[in-house]
Design a protein around this ligand. Structure first.
Ligand code: SF4
Length: 753
C-alpha cells in the first residue's frame, strides 16, 4: 500500500509516458512564468482548474519540455486552498492515459454495442454527425434530439442544443444525484445548497453526517475543512448503516436500518422541540409553520423511531440533546448523492427543518450566505427557437417541482410511445450513461431505438461503445473553457487555460460545438473566434485584468456577509417569506406539507439491501482506468457483515477475500468480486464501491476489474415531487463465484468479451 507522499512522487515521476510535439501553447498571449514559484530550471507553472471531478479545484501545473510533470493545489484558489485531493494530483494519469480516444471514430458495419469502429477525420465525423442530426430535426422536429452532459465543458453544447431548438438538455447529476436535496432545501429556505455547497464545516462545532461519507466522498475543500474542524475539537455524529471512515472519528455512530432516516430525523425533532432545545428566538423570528410542526412530531417519539430505525430510544434522545447543545454551529450536512429511496425530497426537507430548529441557516458553523462575481456574458444571441415542452415526464403534472430535465426521463421517452413524442438522437458529453442511469438494460434498449447517437469524451467508456460516432475531446489540461464564477462563501473568478497542447487528434469541446453549429447553419450562435476570445471578453468586461488572471488562475472578490455574525440580514424567497417548516406549496400540490415517514420495502428472505458509495481516489467510474490512482485502489469488494458471513445459506462460512457473485431480485448476476467480511456494516445490507466492473474494451486497464453495482440497480423508486431516482432499493443474494464466472471476467480483462 502506498502512502500519499509516495503516490505523489509516482504521479510526478511517470507523467511523461507519452511524447508531445512542441511546447505548450500559451493561449493567453503571455510568455512568462506566471507564479512566484520558479519551479525547477526550465519549468513553467501554469494555473488552471481541475476536472477529475465536478469540484473544480485550482491547479498549478508544472510543465517542462511540453510535458506536465506535477499537479499541485493553487494556494490562491478558494477551493483548493493549496492542496489537491489524490485524484487531482493524479490528473496526469488521465492526460497520459494510453487508452485515450485518439481520433474520431465511426461505427460503419458493426452493430451498436459491438465496440467496432473505423477511424475517421474530424471533417468526416462532424459532417456525418451534423447530417444525422439534421435528418432527425427535419423528420421529427428539433426536440427529438437530446443532450446528456456532465462537466464544465457541457456549457458549449447546451448553448448549441438550445440553438437547435430542443429543451431536452439533461444532466444525470440532477435526477440521479443532488436533485432531491436541492428541491427539499429550496422548499424550506427558498434556495438550494448549491455546488460547492454553502456549508461552513470549518466553523461547525458539531457535524452530523446522515449517509454522507465525507472523506470517502472526496470534495477537497470540505475534507480540508472537516480535518481542521476535527483538529479544533468539533464533534461528529454519523448516521450510516456502515461504519464509514468518518464514523471512525465520530462521537456517535448510529447504524441505522436503511431507509428509515426520516423516522430518526422526526424523533430528533420531537426531542428537540418537546424539551425546548431548539433556537426559540430564531424560530420565532424566521420560521413559519412551527405549530403544525410541533403537532406533527408530537407522537414521533424515540420509542416510535426505535422500532423503525433499530436505534435505541436512549441513544436517539442522547444524540438529539448532543446535537442541539452546539446550536447554532451544529451543522446537518446536506449530503450530495441523495437519491436513495424515492422519498428523498422529504428526507431533505426533514434535514433542512432540523437545521432550522438548530438555527444554523445563515449562522457561522451552519449554512452560509453566498455571493458571486458579476461577470457579463459574451454578447451573442441567446434568443433560442420556440419548442415543444420537454419530454422527460409522461404527463406534465408528474414531478411538478423538478426544475431541471430528468436524464432518466429522457432515456425512458426514447422508447417509442411512452411520452408525448419520441427522442430519436442522443449526444452524450462526458457522462457514461451506462453506469450512471439506473437500469442499464433500459438504457441499452433505448439506445437501440435511436436513429443516431454520438459521444464526446476523453476515454472510451461503455457509452462510446454504444455510439455511432465518437469524438475525442482534449482533457482539461489541454483546453481553455468558459470562465467560472460560482456562488460561494468567497466569490471568485477562475480560468481554465491549457497547460500543454492537445494530444493526439483530440479537440476541445468549444471547437466541436462551434464546428457542429457551423455545419447546422447556426454559426451566428458562436460569433467568437475561440474560447480564449470568449473568456477574455468576459473577464475584461467585468473589469478584471486578463494578465493577472493568467498569472494566478483565480481572482478572489469581496464577498457579502455570509452569516448573521457578520451582519447578514436573513431573508427567504419562500412562499411565506420565512423558513417554511410547513410547506403550503407542497400541500397545494397534494404532497405532505411536513415530512412523513414511509417504511422501506423489506429484503426478501436470504437477500440484502445493496448500498454503494465512493472511494477517495476515484470519481464514479470515470477514473478507474487511471493507472496512477489505481496504484492505491484498483478493485472493489463487497462488504458483508461478519455474523452473516458465518452462516450464509448455501455458501457456508465466508471469509475476507473469498470470491462471490451477487444476484439481484431480477436475476442479474454480477461479475465476481472479493468479499470483505467485517463488523463495520449491518447484517441487512451489503456495500460496494461504485464505478467498477467496466466492460468497455478500450479501457484496457479498468475492464474486468471488480463488479458493477450499476448492473445490479435494475429497480428504482421515483421521487413523486421532483422525479429523482431512488436507487438504494435493490436486493442481492450472495453465491460463491464459479469457474465460469471467473472465466467470464478473465475474458473481459483480456478484451475478448
Ligand atoms: S476534489 Fe479533487 S478531483 Fe475534484 S476538482 Fe478538487 S482536486 Fe480535482
Amino acid at each position: 500500500m502506498l502512502n500519499r507522499r509516495q503516490f505523489i512522487q509516482i504521479g510526478a515521476g511517470t507523467a511523461g509516458v507519452a511524447a508531445l510535439s512542441g511546447a505548450s501553447t500559451n493561449w493567453w498571449g503571455l510568455d512568462k512564468n506566471p507564479l512566484h514559484d520558479p519551479g525547477t530550471e526550465g519549468e513553467k507553472i501554469i494555473p488552471t482548474f481541475c476536472e477529475l471531478c465536478f469540484w473544480k479545484c485550482g491547479v498549478l501545473a508544472h510543465v517542462k519540455d511540453g510535458r506536465v510533470t506535477k499537479l499541485k493545489g493553487n494556494p490562491a484558489h478558494p477551493l483548493s486552498l493549496g492542496k489537491l485531493c489524490p485524484r487531482g494530483v493524479g490528473g496526469t494519469g488521465l492526460l497520459y492515459d494510453p487508452d485515450r480516444l485518439k481520433t474520431p471514430l465511426i461505427r460503419r458495419q458493426s452493430k451498436r454495442g459491438e465496440q467496432l469502429f473505423e477511424e475517421a477525420t474530424w471533417e468526416e465525423a462532424l459532417d456525418l454527425m451534423a447530417n444525422k442530426m439534421g435528418q432527425v430535426r427535419e423528420k421529427y422536429g428539433p426536440e427529438a434530439i437530446a443532450l446528456f452532459s456532465h462537466g464544465f465543458g457541457g456549457a458549449w453544447f447546451s448553448h448549441f442544443f438550445k440553438a437547435i431548438g430542443t429543451p431536452n438538455i439533461s444532466a444525470p447529476s440532477y435526477a440521479q444525484c443532488r436533485g432531491p436535496r436541492e428541491v427539499g432545501y429550496y422548499l424550506t429556505y427558498g434556495q438550494g445548497c448549491g455546488s460547492p455547497e454553502n456549508i461552513d464545516i470549518e466553523n461547525a462545532r458539531c457535524i452530523t453526517l446522515i449517509g454522507s461519507h465525507l472523506g470517502e466522498n472526496m470534495h477537497n475543500t470540505q475534507v480540508q475543512e472537516f480535518a481542521d474542524a476535527m483538529a479544533n475539537g468539533a464533534q461528529l455524529v454519523v448516521v450510516d448503516p456502515r461504519f464509514s471512515t468518518a464514523a471512525g472519528k465520530a462521537r456517535y455512530w448510529l447504524p441505522i436500518k436503511p431507509g428509515t432516516d426520516i423516522a430518526l430525523l422526526l424523533a430528533w425533532m420531537h426531542v428537540i422541540i418537546i424539551e425546548k432545545r431548539y433556537d426559540i428566538d430564531y424560530i420565532d423570528k424566521h420560521a413559519a409553520g412551527f405549530t403544525e410542526l410541533r403537532e406533527h412530531i408530537a407522537d414521533k417519539t424515540p420509542e416510535w423511531a426505535h422500532v423503525l430505525t433499530g436505534i435505541r430510544p436512549e441513544l436517539i434522545r442522547e444524540t438529539a440533546r448532543f446535537i442541539s447543545s452546539f446550536k447554532p454551529a451544529s451543522l446537518i450536512h446536506p449530503g450530495r448523492r441523495t437519491t436513495w429511496y424515492g422519498d428523498d425530497t422529504q428526507r431533505a426537507r426533514a434535514m433542512a427543518i432540523l437545521a432550522a430548529l438548530l438555527g444554523s441557516w445563515g449562522r457561522r458553523g451552519g449554512y452560509l450566505n453566498t455571493s458571486k462575481l458579476d461577470v457579463p456574458g459574451f454578447p451573442y444571441t441567446t434568443s433560442y427557437p420556440e419548442h415543444r415542452p420537454q419530454v422527460d415526464r409522461p404527463k406534465p403534472s408528474l414531478y411538478p417541482l423538478a426544475d431541471e430535465v430528468l436524464a432518466s426521463g429522457v432515456c425512458d421517452a426514447t422508447i417509442p410511445g411512452t411520452s408525448s413524442y419520441d427522442i430519436k438522437a442522443w449526444v452524450v458529453y462526458g457522462t457514461n450513461l451506462i453506469q450512471c442511469l439506473p437500469n442499464p438494460r433500459q438504457t441499452k434498449k433505448a439506445i437501440q431505438e435511436l436513429d443516431f447517437i454520438a459521444s464526446i469524451d476523453v476515454l472510451p467508456s461503455e457509452i462510446c461503445g454504444w455510439s455511432d460516432v465518437v469524438l475525442p475531446e482534449s482533457t482539461y489540461l489541454e483546453r481553455c473553457d468558459e470562465v467560472w464564477t460560482p456562488d460561494y462563501k468567497v466569490p471568485f473568478l477562475a480560468v481554465r487555460q491549457p497547460v500543454v497542447e492537445p494530444m493526439y487528434n483530440s479537440k476541445p469541446g468549444w471547437w466541436i460545438a462551434k464546428e457542429l453549429a457551423k455545419r447546422s447553419g447556426l454559426e451566428d450562435y458562436f460569433p467568437w473566434k475561440d474560447s480564449v476570445e470568449y473568456a477574455k471578453f468576459r473577464v475584461t468586461a467585468a473589469g478584471y485584468d486578463c494578465d493577472e488572471l493568467q498569472r494566478t488562475g483565480v481572482i478572489v472578490g469581496q464577498g457579502a456577509p455570509t452569516c448573521e455574525e457578520e451582519g447578514l440580514a436573513l431573508s427567504f424567497s419562500t412562499d411565506s417569506g420565512k423558513i417554511d417548516l410547513y410547506s403550503k406549496p407542497l400541500a397545494a400540490l397534494g404532497f405532505d406539507p411536513l415530512p412523513q415517514y414511509t417504511p422501506p420495502d423489506e429484503a426478501p428472505a436470504g437477500m440484502f439491501r445493496l448500498l454503494f458509495g465512493r472511494a477517495p481516489v476515484h470519481t464514479f467510474g470515470r477514473t478507474v482506468n487511471n493507472r496512477f490512482l489505481s496504484l492505491i485502489t484498483n478493485d472493489n469488494e463487497v462488504w458483508v457483515n461478519a455474523k452473516v458471513a458465518r452462516d450464509l445459506t448455501g455458501v457456508g462460512i465466508l471469509k475476507t477475500g473469498d470470491r462471490v457473485v451477487l444476484i439481484n431480485q431480477d436475476g442479474v448476476r454480477s461479475e465476481p468480486i472479493a468479499a470483505k467480511v467485517t463488523e463495520r456494516i449491518r447484517g441487512d445490507c451489503v456495500y460496494m464501491i461504485h464505478g467498477y466492473g467496466h466492460s468497455a474494451k478500450g479501457l484496457r486497464f479498468a475492464r474486468g476489474r471488480g463488479a458493477s453495482d450499476s448492473e445490479l440497480v435494475t429497480q428504482y423508486k421515483v421521487d413523486p415531487i421532483m422525479g429523482g431516482t431512488g436507487m438504494n432499493v435493490n436486493f442481492v443474494r450472495i453465491e460463491r463465484a464459479t469457474q465460469a464466472d471467473e472465466a467470464g471476467a478473465t475474458r473481459v480483462r483480456e478484451g475478448a468479451a
